[in-house]
Design a binder for this molecule. Structure first.
Ligand code: FES
Length: 242
């Protein structure tokens, strides 16, 4: 026989019941136990605590709890690391970059420029990679002062399924080589009636923020683009990370 009292692991007071039971937590002994007089716990639980907690059971419980605790200690940082990598995978939301000197952009003539940046592939980071392409169109004439010049920028990623849109010099249109989507030089979808077949692109080309900025160090005017990606195949523009 050993003295017991009602409490978690037999250590603390829960309802105040004290008594004695045979070692081993025999179910028959359990059934014949006097009921907990204060009834603060439901009786079955009260009995289980009282009867089952001999030293061996307590050690078993303690080692299981320890194993569970160690598992959590390893799993939590592990999971957060994997989640952080997955979250970082796409990189930043937008990237501001000077892509071309204004003097190299002829008025009315679209010019395609690459966006160079850091590419992350799960655990590996590659610097100085082409992460996107942009079409620039200088709207203002050559004699307009640089600070008043207007340049439009469009992502070269086709809104249909993300192929790279090229320039059809003959038609003076942007054209996608994959499924023949076509856009005018203002980025608008060419209607099926003009195209002779349905235009598969769900929306116009994605316009990007663009500014002409002065670089005081080299005294030159640059075209600066805020590069952003949008979800392919969607009617609405849904931003994605670069
Ligand atoms: S990806 Fe451009 S038309 Fe399909």
């Amino acid at each position: 026989m050993r003295p017991v009292r009602c409490g978690p692991l037999g250590l603390g007071r829960v309802c105040g019941y004290t008594g004695s039971v045979a070692e081993g937590g025999d179910p028959a002994a359990m059934a014949s136990l006097p009921r907990c007089p204060t009834r603060r716990l439901t009786l079955p639980w009260c009995r289980v605590w009282v009867v089952a907690m001999n030293r061996r059971t307590m050690l078993k419980w303690a080692s299981s709890l320890l194993a569970l605790f160690s598992g959590i200690l390893v799993a939590v940082p592990g999971c957060s690391f994997v989640l952080a990598v997955l979250r970082r995978r796409g990189g930043q939301d937008a990237l501001v970059q000077r892509v071309l000197r204004l003097e190299d952009l002829p008025p009315g003539e679209p010019v395609e420029v690459p966006i160079v940046g850091r590419k992350r592939d799960a655990w590996t980071v590659y610097d100085q990679q082409t992460i996107g392409r942009v079409w620039l169109v200088r709207r203002s004439k050559a004699d307009v002062p640089p600070e008043k010049s207007k340049v439009d920028a469009y992502s070269a990623i086709c809104p249909h399924l993300a192929c790279i849109v090229g320039l059809d010099q003959e038609d003076r249109r942007f054209r996608c080589p994959c499924h023949e989507a076509a856009f005018d030089l203002s980025g608008r979808r060419v209607p099926a009636s003009e195209l002779g077949h349905p235009n598969p692109s769900p929306r116009d080309l994605d316009p990007l923020k663009c500014a002409v900025v002065h670089d005081a160090d080299e005294d030159a005017w640059w075209v600066e683009v805020t590069y952003q990606r949008f979800r392919a195949g969607a009617r609405r523009r849904i931003p994605e990370s670069v």
